[in-house]
Design a protein around this ligand. Structure first.
Ligand SMILES: Cc1ncc(COP(=O)(O)O)c(C=O)c1O
Length: 425
């Protein structure tokens, strides 16, 4: 059958529906044109990637025939048991070992995935049919919006304050969905809770607790659980105060919170080992889906992460990563202070990889805009803010913002890139 165009096609509805993820285009452009200063997407800081330490650990691993053979063999669908235990323990420690909450941190419900991206995808696949609804932050992680788009899942945006979503607005959104009899379509609320991509903001403990309470309150009308999916991808990339505990630390969280995390950003993006903790009701469905995706994450990569955690390389390198990103964040915001006009608004990040900048509303920063082209003519790339908003029929999409990443570029390039951006602005 034909899709949107009139040519016959053998593609499935999903094959026809799925648009090119902007992340692929943005990362591809940088690889094609290395002269571009990319303040856009994806890559992390090359000099902090743990090359020497990883070589040592891999030599140890492959220097032993039995260990080496095990590492080069398939593993299990849920992931290496030691890594699952270490991961569950680490999340619990980061949460301050909350008393009476052991159920939230069971290794048994911890799944190792190919990056946290795969985990986000599978959790969504297990919960959502086309036309279901996921509530997201306004703005949110644009690659997750791609998953929703591809799977035909609709989004509703919830406005953000400095400490996470606006609970009053979340209630309004839930209430209006109840009135229109659409609550049964709502499967979860997705929050990027630490140094959010793209705004850099973190969700406070109160907001996590309040959001869980609100979701519970609307479950009866929905006729099923409404989950909170907490994406903690940047949790360990903080460079100021200790951030709030995860939503798992809340009473009763074990059966409502889906926690997603990663060893990509804090250790090595190329290793691409992520993880998630699932409520009991979702564990078997997600593992069955993973069995069909790949029946297990790359075993060698998992063994490297186990050894990095056990040997202390992970912690040592993490401290370096945090110092480096703090310096790069400062280089970026110092340059913004020097080169951007007053009318541009942004917040000093306390972690993560991004600064979110708002231009005056009349400036369109979209991929097809004159502004984007002019910036690209000056060999600079950024992520247009509009990409980070879900297609929510109840509000217009803001188009005057940009996400500027200090992850991959060197300090000199960050300064140069911001100066050129300032000239265009
Ligand atoms: C908010 C957020 N979640 C998840 C991911 C996925 O990362 P990975 O698959 O490398 O764990 C990213 C990557 O940029 C991200 O920014």
């Amino acid at each position: 059958m034909a899709g949107n165009d009139s040519k016959p096609s053998a593609l499935s509805a999903m094959g026809r529906r799925t648009k090119e993820p902007p992340i692929s285009w943005l990362m591809g452009l940088k690889l094609e044109r290395p002269e571009l200063i990319s303040l856009a997407a994806g890559f992390t800081d090359n000099p902090t990637l743990p090359v020497a330490g990883s070589r040592r650990l891999l030599n140890e691993l492959l220097g032993d025939a039995a260990l080496g053979q095990a590492a080069l063999q398939y593993g299990s669908t849920a992931g290496d048991d030691t890594l699952r235990k270490l991961t569950a323990r680490r999340i619990r420690q980061l949460d301050g070992n909350p008393r009476g909450q052991a159920a939230s941190y069971e290794a048994r419900r911890t799944v190792i995935t190919h990056g946290s991206q795969q985990f986000l995808y599978m959790a969504t696949e297990a919960l959502c049919d086309p036309d279901d609804i996921v509530l997201v932050e306004d703005p949110t992680y644009f690659v997750y919006l791609g998953i929703m788009q591809s799977r035909g899942v609709a989004g509703r945006g919830v406005r953000m304050n400095r400490d996470g979503i606006d609970l009053g607005h979340l209630e309004q959104v839930l209430e209006s969905l109840r009135r229109s009899d659409d609550l049964k379509r709502v499967k979860m609320l997705y929050l990027v809770s630490y140094y959010q991509n793209p705004t850099g903001r973190s969700t406070s403990r109160q907001v996590k607790t309040g959001a869980l309470e609100l979701l519970r309150r609307y479950e009866r009308a929905a006729g099923h659980p409404i989950y909170l999916m907490e994406d903690a991808a940047y949790r360990e990339l903080g460079f100021a105060a200790t951030p709030a505990p995860s939503a798992l630390a809340n009473r009763g969280a074990a059966d409502r919170v889906i926690y997603s995390g990663t060893y990509s950003k804090p250790f090595a993006t190329g290793v691409r080992v992520g993880f998630g903790v699932l409520p009991e009701a979702l564990l078997a469905p997600v593992l069955r889906i993973k069995g069909n995706h790949d029946f297990g994450t790359g075993h060698l990569a998992q063994q490297l992460v186990v050894r990095a955690l056990e040997s202390g390389l992970y912690e040592k390198n993490l401290a370096k990563v945090q110092r480096r990103y703090r310096a790069k964040a400062k280089a970026m915001t110092d340059a913004m202070r020097a080169h951007f006009p007053e009318a541009v608004r942004w917040e000093q990040p306390e972690g993560g990889l991004n600064v979110w900048a708002a231009l005056p509303r009349k400036v369109n920063t979209g991929m097809k805009s004159r502004f984007f082209r002019k910036v690209l003519d000056r060999k600079v790339l950024y992520v247009p803010g509009g990409l980070c908003y879900t297609d929510d029929p109840t509000r217009p999409k803001p188009g005057h913002e940009m996400r500027l990443s200090f992850g991959a570029a060197t300090e000199t390039d960050i300064q140069k890139g911001i100066r050129r951006l300032g000239q265009v602005i």
